[in-house]
Design a protein. Structure first.
Length: 105
């Protein structure tokens, strides 16, 4: 497992300082996600790096529902040269359980 980041830190950080990646399925994302999160399914991360951005030093926060898919995405991001990949503590399950704000589309 890679470095983690607490939900409170994500909420308090300016969006210019980090990029949030939701690597769950499209249906899961549509039903509710961390505000500002970009949706890229975990098994498409390596093929869609251009959507993540060229800045390999920018903090990337990755989450899924419980952590398994996020770990797969984190490995792909590290292999692509992203230096600061963080795992959202508790993933979406923990975010929801804590009653934190959720966007849906």
């Amino acid at each position: 497992m890679y470095a983690s980041i607490r939900p409170e830190v994500v909420l308090a950080s300016p969006r210019a300082d980090l990029r949030i990646l939701d690597v769950r399925s499209g249906g899961e994302y549509a039903s509710g996600h961390v505000p500002g999160a970009v949706h890229i399914p975990y098994d498409e991360v390596a093929m869609r790096l251009e959507q993540i951005g060229a800045d390999r030093e920018r903090t990337l926060v990755v989450y899924c529902e419980t952590g398994v898919r996020a770990e797969v995405a984190e490995r792909a991001l590290r292999a692509a040269g992203y230096a600061d990949v963080r795992h959202l503590e508790g993933d979406m399950h923990g975010w929801r359980k804590a009653g934190l704000p959720i966007e849906s589309r």
